[in-house]
Ligand binder design. Structure first.
Ligand code: PEP
Length: 256
């Protein structure tokens, strides 16, 4: 059995000032220190990255951005580059979140550049894929997830694929309170792993695949014990330190 360490990542979206981020850490970090069997990452807005990065120093909690540009520098007003994230102490970056794709028009072509650029800078990309409700209703879930994965990973060297994180996030379950059933999540994640396996069999065993979409303390244990699900990308419930801690505890394997 592959030994993939669980990962729970907090996507704070456009929430929390620096002061609020500091208050979260004051509450969360002392309690999270006891969780030895789960990786935890916090993805704050750009403005709070330094606060969270500095606040997490000396803890095991990782820091990631919610977006990143593919170029190192240039005339790209409003964007932030991979080396800038590295300098601030980031471990990774979410790429291709459905809000980036559907609200800001990010395309698979953009992501095909962002994923290797992120990896090339030494950051872990958390690549989000997933179908809309209309696509699921039309029976197109696998077609959509395959298209996204094949396009977004096209320029990643196969021996680097195992080092990325993929988040399967059905768009209809994000921020809606609707959660995929364990069967839906398990099937889509097994399919996601099989597509990675078509590119590289070893990478399919190594790559961590998260579920995202209205994960809460009440449903975390059930979802996260599904075979092949290596953790969660959590939006709304990650804003509260107690709720986020409860989700991390649901997958903590304890000391090894
Ligand atoms: C997300 O933003 O990636 C997400 C899964 O949000 P929520 O948990 O609020 O559905």
């Amino acid at each position: 059995m592959p030994d993939r360490r669980p990962l729970i990542a907090a996507n704070w979206k456009m929430h929390k000032t620096r002061a609020e981020a500091g208050e979260f850490l004051d509450d969360f970090l002392p309690k999270a220190g006891g969780l030895a069997g789960v990786d935890i990452a916090i993805c704050p807005p750009f403005t709070a990255l330094a606060t969270v990065s500095e606040g997490c120093e000396g803890s095991e909690v990782l820091v990631a951005a919610q977006n990143v540009h593919a170029e190192d520098s240039g005339a790209f007003t409003g964007e932030v580059s991979p080396p800038m994230l590295v300098e601030i102490g980031a471990w990774g970056a979410i790429v291709g979140h459905s809000e980036r794709r559907h609200v800001f028009g990010e395309t698979d072509d953009d992501l095909a550049r962002k994923v290797p650029a992120t990896l090339g800078a030494g950051l872990v990309p958390i690549l989000c894929v997933g179908e809309t409700e209309a696509e699921r209703d039309a029976g197109r879930t696998e077609e959509v997830v395959r298209r996204q994965l094949e396009a977004d990973l096209a320029s990643v060297p196969p021996d680097a694929l195992g080092g990325i994180v993929i988040a399967y996030e059905p768009v209809w379950a994000i921020g809606t309170g609707r959660t995929a059933t364990v069967e839906q999540a398990g099937e889509a994640i097994a399919f996601t792993r099989s597509v990675v396996g078509e590119i590289d069999a070893g990478a399919a065993q190594a790559v961590r695949i998260l579920y995202g979409g209205s994960v809460k303390p009440a449903n975390a244990s059930e979802l996260l014990m599904v075979e092949g699900i290596d953790g969660a990308l959590v939006g709304g419930a990650s804003l509260d330190p107690g709720e986020f801690l409860a989700i991390c505890e649901a997958v903590d394997r304890g000391p090894t």
